[in-house]
Design a protein around this ligand. Structure first.
Ligand SMILES: C[S@@+](CC[C@H](N)C(=O)[O-])C[C@H]1O[C@@H](n2cnc3c(N)ncnc32)[C@H](O)[C@@H]1O
Length: 276
């Protein structure tokens, strides 16, 4: 599912000066359920099927082993019930249910302003669908991910919840959207998985309107616990990256953001930054 009005800001190549156009399919109330979009510049066709617009097609978009794990059959289905509902309790050492996390992210991204929001590396759509339900008619949410398995599950869960999100298979390091097209960007855990986090931050800044907000949750480098250090060393060999708080400050600043808040809960950080 992809809202037809979003095609005009969807530009798969950086050189595209116009957005995509609808090339036919099944549409209900402005939402493309399945069909095709076409680039007026290149004539290239992008399918909308299995619940998302596929802007990567034959490209995986993955650049490390950790990314590929999200492509496994069943990864999408298992992600929320097996990992996501427990993850922050385990990583923070506090009671941190999804409701608390989403409420915090919503505050950090300034959801009360309404408008258009982007979920970077949305997986099965936890942030995207909750933000969409909270926004109602005051705005809309687009979720992007590189994993077909995650996007199919995001579409299934959003339909079940009645959350009218748009989903696209796209790379956070090369965002397929025009400049200044979002009020806010949220990013839950994805920064740890990216090959080039600095580039993704610059891209997120580019698509934010002036004063737009970026809200991120991520995992910090373990400090003392030997088992956690060992696990992080092992995961790092698969391409995951764990940050020091100083690196987060520096990455955000170099990408053109002014840091608003940074809080730490166990090995998890939450930060909000404003587009300079
Ligand atoms: C740790 S999961 C986070 C999921 C979600 N944000 C959440 O809070 O539950 C990271 C997600 O980022 C996706 N991902 C990894 N590299 C990406 C990239 N370059 N562009 C877009 N998504 C990416 C993975 O497929 C995975 O679904």
């Amino acid at each position: 599912m992809f809202h037809r009005d979003l095609l005009s800001i969807t530009r798969p190549r950086p050189s595209d000066v116009e957005g995509l156009v609808y090339a036919g399919g099944i549409e209900e109330n402005g939402v493309i359920i399945s069909g095709e979009a076409r680039s007026p510049q290149t004539g290239e066709i992008y399918p909308i099927k299995n619940g998302y617009l596929d802007l990567l097609k034959e490209r995986t978009g993955a650049n490390n082993l950790a990314n590929l794990a999200n492509f496994l059959p069943g990864a999408g289905r298992a992600y929320e019930p097996l990992w996501r509902i427990h993850s922050l309790n385990l990583l923070t050492g506090e009671s941190f249910p999804n409701e608390r996390e989403v409420e915090l992210i919503s505050r950090l991204v300034g959801l009360e302003r309404g408008g258009r929001y982007l979920d970077l590396g949305c997986s099965s759509g936890l942030y995207a669908r909750r933000l969409s339900l909270a926004l109602g008619r005051r705005g809309e949410v687009v979720g992007i991910d590189i994993s077909p398995s995650m996007l199919r599950e995001a579409a299934r869960r959003a339909c079940k919840a009645g959350a009218p999100i748009s989903l696209a298979r796209a790379d956070a390091e090369n965002l397929p959207f025009s400049d200044s097209s979002f009020s806010g960007v949220v990013c839950g855990g994805t920064l740890n998985e990216l090959g080039d986090a600095a580039r993704a931050l610059r891209e997120s800044r580019r698509v934010l309107e002036p004063g737009g907000r970026f809200a991120v949750m991520g995992i910090l480098k373990a400090q003392t616990s030997p088992p956690a250090l060992g696990l992080q060393r092992f995961l790092s060999s698969g391409g995951l990256r764990f940050f020091e708080t100083g690196e987060i400050r520096s990455l955000l600043s170099h990408a053109g953001y002014t840091l608003d808040t940074l809080s730490v809960h166990g090995t998890v950080f939450f930060a909000a930054a404003i587009r300079r």
